[in-house]
Design a protein around this ligand. Structure first.
Ligand SMILES: [Fe+2]
Length: 330
């Protein structure tokens, strides 16, 4: 066992050094700075699980042919274990998506290990791999990519979350490439050890990784909404990073339990917090500039579809009503 671990470590170190060599040869200074901030304990590796699925960092980008489309659901603020969550999960399953992303608050109320399977696995185990819970079979490969929310961080180190899932990178913030879609899951909670400001180590990672991506569509998923007209939380300045400048196509957030689409400097920001937790109100005296669609009439989820030329977003209620339908084209 020790030998196997040692060999594995040597292999990862070799890959890391090879990646550093490639990076030093030709990538821009910000990437170099981000890499130099990494230590061995932070090493990341390609995990090839099937020909069409590729978790990767640009350091070890894979030549494997990727699928030509991506179809995924986005949910947030869902982990109550109650009926609205079940209804939204049924909606998501009806879409037959490739994978599910979450913008956090996956496990109310306190992010405990004792509630996590009831609050997540009960309704979404079909997307999780390896699935360690008690509600049936898991997925063939991991198809569930959660961000951390404030409630998930209520346990020290967000350990129940990190123990329950097997995720790329450090599991707190990471990227997933699926065909034309490159997903960047961030951690906006201030307990994040690598920081949550636009100059943090986490932000350097995003800037470098997103900057090197050749995907046509780059989607950021993060709990705190950079822009929100929600009455409970509103816009979160600490996460107003220069996403557009760094190459993002869209930002999907949660935390305010409403649905909103805000366009800021031509970048769409979604608040998508109607996954199952108690619904919040809008602050009608403080509607943010660029807010184009607002809805808090029912629970629901987003369906996102990407191909080489188009990225489309819908918000659909658990009753099947399409509240928003928005598309980007190259
Ligand atoms: Fe929440």
């Amino acid at each position: 066992m020790v030998e196997a671990n040692s060999m594995d470590r040597q292999r990862r170190l070799f890959l890391k050094r090879f990646g550093q060599f490639l990076l030093y040869r030709g990538l821009p200074l910000p990437s170099l700075l981000a890499l130099s901030a990494c230590d061995v304990g932070d090493e990341r590796e390609v995990v090839r699980l099937e020909p069409t699925l590729d978790y990767y960092t640009p350091l070890y980008a894979s030549p494997t042919p990727l699928p030509t489309t991506a179809r995924f659901a986005a949910i947030a603020d869902f982990g109550t274990g109650e009926e609205p969550e079940r209804d939204v999960a049924e909606l998501v399953k009806s879409w037959e998506v490739d994978f599910v992303v979450t913008a956090g608050d996956n496990n109310y109320f306190n992010g405990k290990a004792s509630t996590i399977d009831e609050n997540i696995g009960q309704f979404y185990h079909e997307y999780i791999y390896p699935y360690k819970g008690e509600y049936g079979r898991g997925a063939d490969v991991n198809r569930f990519f959660p961000a951390l929310g404030g409630h998930d961080w209520r346990q020290p180190g967000a350990q129940p979350h990190l123990d329950y899932f097997t995720l790329p990178g450090n599991g707190r913030y990471y990227d997933v490439r699926w065909g034309p879609a490159h997903i960047f899951i961030l951690d906006s909670i201030e307990k994040e050890p690598d920081g949550v400001t636009s100059t943090s180590r986490q932000a350097q990672w995003l800037r470098a990784t997103m900057g090197q991506s050749d995907a046509p569509w780059k989607v950021v998923v993060v709990h705190d909404p950079p822009y929100s007209s929600g009455e409970t939380h509103s816009s979160q300045k600490h996460i107003q990073w220069p996403f557009k400048e760094w190459g993002a196509s869209a930002v999907i957030a949660g935390n305010d339990h409403v649905y909103e689409r805000v366009i800021v400097e031509e970048l769409p920001y979604f608040v998508n917090g109607l996954g199952g937790g108690r619904i919040y109100d809008f602050d009608n005296d403080e509607i943010v500039e660029g807010s184009e669609v607002r809805f808090n009439g029912d629970y629901g989820a987003m369906l996102v579809e990407a191909d080489a030329d188009r990225l489309s977003f819908q918000f659909v209620t658990r009753a099947g009503e399409v509240v928003d339908d928005y598309g980007l084209e190259l």
